[in-house]
Design a protein around this ligand. Structure first.
Ligand SMILES: *Cc1c(COP(=O)(O)O)cnc(C)c1O
Length: 338
């Protein structure tokens, strides 16, 4: 399996221009003050599925041959890869089956069903759902779509960064949250070609450090997968993104779930942005290391906004320790009514 190239990314960009508008990049004085840096937020939470992954799903499905399109696709996911495939499948009229770990985020499960895909719940985690999806795909003759070991997905996701470097050409660093590593691999590919001076820094949850540890050791590692942050919750490194990260990634850092919740709260309050935990992890990494980013121009990718109600309550409780219980409860009640 070969990594995609810059021409593949530009092809994907031309394709996606027909289906998705570019997402905005904004900065917010209150975030800049908190970080001691100029922070640019790339708002992938504004995608129609609420996450950047839809760029990869549309790109991959558009490139399937007619026979594969008739047979359909199977994916496994905690939610956003699922929504991406389901959205793209509906767009191109392709049958789609999604395997999610049991008790999925109801917002993500409902979204998949409303997009017309079949939903199968299996196993406790992402890593348990995977073999079941593989077996289903084999049994039904459908195409199993990996979250990241797919050059077309990485080419599609890379359009985030082609867009970002056109919107903000003079960045010192871009911080990318990692689960499987497709996003960070894509950032490395595009930064290498378009923004050679820009550091690419990956961040994963300390409670699910498989991608981080794989990058540090240079081989694919399996690790405990205990973070509550969907999207960052993977238990092993993925081969293709790891290979792409190896040569270009500047650094790979870890943040804990509470730091992520605090960053989620800051995005809510200071950037009027509803991020899911994974969508706030890049900001958490910036806030965790002020010396590194002081005075620099740094982009954080707000990768998604599909927060469950449970997650929002946790964000309010943990992320805003200075907030009175009654104010947090009041805001929680307002959010619950949304
Ligand atoms: C999937 C996902 C990530 C991680 O992206 P990878 O490409 O799997 O590393 C980050 N944030 C959100 C919102 C996601 O859905």
């Amino acid at each position: 399996m070969e990594p995609p190239t810059l021409p593949d990314v530009l092809d994907a960009q031309r394709l996606l221009a027909r289906h998705l508008p570019p997402t905005p990049v904004w900065s917010y004085p209150a975030l800049d003050a908190a970080a001691g840096a100029t922070v640019f937020v790339k708002h992938e939470n504004t995608q129609p599925t609420g996450a950047f992954k839809v760029r990869g799903g549309i790109t991959l499905l558009s490139r399937l041959d007619p026979a594969a399109r008739r047979q359909g696709v199977v994916g496994y996911s905690t939610g956003n890869h699922a929504q991406s495939l389901a959205y793209a499948a509906r767009l191109f009229g392709v049958p789609c089956t999604i395997v999610m770990p049991e008790r999925p985020n109801p917002a993500k499960a409902d979204a998949v069903l409303r997009l017309g895909a079949e939903l199968v719940e299996h196993g406790a985690t992402f890593d348990d759902a995977a073999p079941h999806a593989r077996a289903l795909a084999a049994e039904r003759g459908m195409r199993l779509v990996s979250a990241a070991d797919e050059p077309d997905i990485i080419a599609g996701v890379a359009t985030v960064y082609a867009e970002l470097f056109a919107q903000q050409p003079h960045l010192d660093a871009v911080v990318v949250p990692v689960g499987s590593g497709s996003g960070a691999a894509a950032a490395c590919l595009v930064a290498g070609a378009l923004a050679p001076g820009c550091e690419v820094i990956a961040v994963q949850a300390a409670d699910s450090p498989a991608a981080h540890d794989s990058w540090r050791s240079g081989s694919l590692e399996r690790r405990a997968n205990r973070t509550a942050v969907e999207g960052l919750a993977t238990g092993s490194g993925f081969a293709l993104p790891q290979r792409m990260l190896r040569s270009r990634l500047t650094d790979f850092v870890l943040v804990d779930d509470d730091q992520i919740a605090a960053a989620q709260w800051r995005l809510l309050r200071d950037a009027h942005t509803l991020a899911e935990g994974a969508g706030a992890a890049a900001l958490a990494a910036v806030l965790a290391d002020p010396d590194r980013f002081a005075g620099r121009r740094v982009a954080v990718v707000c990768t998604g906004g599909n927060a469950s109600e449970t997650e929002l309550r946790r964000c309010l409780a943990v992320g805003a320790p200075g907030t009175t219980a009654s104010a947090a409860a009041g805001l929680g009640a307002n959010l619950a009514r949304l």
